[in-house]
Write a protein that binds this ligand. Structure first.
Ligand code: ASP
Length: 325
């Protein structure tokens, strides 16, 4: 496990491109080039969010702009780069949350929109608390996106193609990536956390799920308190990793609640990743507080991130990694 923290000041924004193995941490020239391209996509996303913060905008708007840029880059498993389900379709999960108002919107197992995170934001505006809806799934999510005039982003990968491990009838098969699609968008789920000049924090996470997942499977990413959280105590979290374990452990809520109970930020991230580990999962997260403290934690080999803050300018992008095994 590895933790890294820095004081970004206020305002500030940080983004991630997933936690995993990351070919880019290897040292050969080809992967250096690849790593540079990832970092450039992350820097552009930070810039998209920073423009909002720098002009006095809200952290809620800033995280949407940053995540939309990552979805559009096609370099990550979200939006244009989303990986296929086991039947060759693409399903998007995305959520966005504001700490102060509690505004939250998310969609899951949606196939339609460009951009998933903009659809989540629209739902937060048009639905929201207390009556809702705050979370729409599948066909209903698609209908909502269409009704709001969002552009379609259907990606019929290779419907009907043979699978590497067609399971016997009645069995519950594990993830199976359609043959010929083993290497797609290389890296992971995307997310952003930000604090604006007024000290309000927000978080957003967007994913295509797990490559070869069951159609309809939903992980932690769009679920408040699991794959994202913006808590009124002044902490925002975006997580990535083995979604079932983050979901079942209530990952992001664990961080917020242990901070409220008096734990220090790094300790609370570590304890929450340890609970994920206990459930058999690995992953990572980025966390920002209303005072502009920024922390990353990983239990995977690496995690790609970029950040910028009042104290830390220009944008810094790097792939945090554990020592090679
Ligand atoms: N947590 C995501 C999911 O389970 C996947 C990831 O972050 O890589 O859908």
């Amino acid at each position: 496990m590895r933790l890294e923290g820095t004081r970004l000041g206020v305002p500030a924004i940080a983004v991630h491109g997933g936690a995993g193995e990351f070919a880019a941490v290897e040292s050969d020239a080809e992967s250096d080039e690849h790593g540079e391209a990832l970092k450039e996509a992350l820097r552009l996303a930070v810039s998209a969010g920073w423009v909002v913060l720098d002009s006095g905008g809200s952290s809620f708007d800033a995280v949407v702009e940053a995540v939309a840029a990552l979805e559009d880059s096609g370099r990550f498993n979200a939006g244009r780069g989303a990986v296929p389900t086991r039947d060759g379709g693409t399903e998007f999960d995305a959520g966005v949350m504001d700490a102060v108002s509690g505004a939250f919107g998310a969609l899951c197992a949606a196939t339609y929109p460009a951009n998933p995170i903009r659809a989540a934001r629209l739902l937060a505006d048009l639905g929201g608390l207390p009556e809702g809806p705050v979370l729409l799934a599948g066909a209903g999510a698609d209908r909502f996106c269409e009704s709001q005039g969002l552009e379609a982003m259907r990606r019929e990968w290779l419907r009907g193609v043979p699978h590497a491990d067609d399971a016997p009838p009645g069995a519950l098969p594990g993830p199976s990536v359609p043959k010929g699609l083993s290497r797609l968008s290389d890296e992971g789920t995307v997310g952003a956390v930000a604090v604006d000049a007024a000290g309000r924090v927000a978080a957003a996470t967007s994913t295509g799920g797990r490559a070869g997942q069951w159609p309809g499977r939903v992980g932690d990413s769009p679920i408040p308190g699991a794959g994202l959280l913006a808590h009124p105590s002044g902490v925002a979290v975006s997580a990535t990793g083995a979604g079932e374990t983050f979901l079942v452990s209530g990952f992001a809520h664990r961080i917020a609640w242990s901070l409220e109970a008096g734990m220090e930020l790094g300790e609370s991230v570590q304890a929450s990743l340890e609970e994920v580990d206990r459930l058999g999962g690995t992953g990572g997260c980025i966390v920002i507080t209303s005072s502009g403290e920024f922390t990353t934690g990983i239990s995977t080999r690496a995690m790609a991130r970029a950040w910028r803050g009042a104290n830390r300018s220009p944008t810094k992008a790097c792939i945090l990694s554990l020592p090679p095994r």
